[in-house]
Design a binder for this molecule. Structure first.
Ligand code: PEP
Length: 247
């Protein structure tokens, strides 16, 4: 079985101002010989400052999204190269809030993942079903469709992480049962192996959706769960570090 070092990544979304950098300090200082890779993706305005504050710690800093192009006339957008230039090491693409708020479809998510690779970033590619899709029994088919549409050729464990995030579990306090999480993750892993070959087994698959200190101990040890993508609970260093400790 390939050695998959877990990754716990925090997504601050549209939260955080300069004063919030004290949380970056506390997270960085709290990472003494961490049992996993650890990252925070703050809003774009804080990436460079967070990189500076985390520089003597194992904490990696990343972006929450990127444009597919390297540069150009795209007002308000951020390229993967800009994230890398600011010292970012990773980028999230395909988050359900981008898919919903900005109408991002699989083909665009794929182009963004390729942009992340072009800039040398680790890409966290998010997939997950809506509540209606789950009720219709379509969860695994949706994951297949999203993977088929958004996974670029040439994926490997050094530059790709998948985050399984059921849309209905994000920010709601709801989570699938442990069995359902394990089933989805095992299915994703099987699809990765079928698509990219044996290397696919080494690609980390994170769970995301209402992970908290109170449930991390149950979710993170599941056999095909290789860490977590954490929204709300990543905003406070103490909560986030408790989740890291569970990895
Ligand atoms: C997310 O937005 O990626 C997420 C998992 O959010 P939360 O942990 O708040 O559900």
């Amino acid at each position: 079985m390939p050695d998959r070092r877990p990754l716990v990544a925090g997504n601050w979304k549209m939260n955080g101002v300069a004063a919030s950098l004290t949380e970056i300090d506390a997270i960085g200082d709290g990472l003494i010989d961490p049992p996993c890779d650890v990252a925070i993706c703050p809003p774009a305005t804080l990436i460079a400052a967070a990189v500076e504050r985390a520089k003597n710690t194992p904490l990696m800093i990343g972006g929450q999204d990127c444009h597919m192009a390297e540069k150009g006339a795209h007002t308000g957008d951020l390229s993967a190269e800009m994230i890398a230039d600011a010292g970012g090491k990773l980028v999230i693409v395909g988050h359900s809030e981008r898919r919903t708020d900005h109408g991002e479809a699989d083909a665009l998510v794929r182009a963004k993942a390729e942009a992340g690779w072009r800039a040398g970033l680790l890409v966290i590619l998010c997939i997950g079903e809506t509540e209606a899709e789950r009720r219709a029994g379509d969860t695994l088919a949706v994951l297949d469709r999203q993977l088929a549409g958004s996974l670029p050729d040439g994926a490997d464990a050094h530059r790709l992480v998948i985050a399984y995030e059921p849309v209905w579990a994000i920010g709601t306090g709801l989570t699938p049962s442990n069995d359902d999480i394990q089933t989805a993750h095992a299915h994703i892993r099987q699809r990765l192996v079928a698509t990219v070959g044996n290397n696919g087994a080494a690609i980390r698959v994170l769970y995301g959706g209402s992970v908290k200190p109170g449930n991390a101990d149950e979710i993170l040890p599941l056999p095909d769960v290789d860490g977590a993508l954490v929204g709300g609970a990543s905003l406070k260093a103490a909560d986030f570090l408790a989740i890291v400790a569970a990895a």
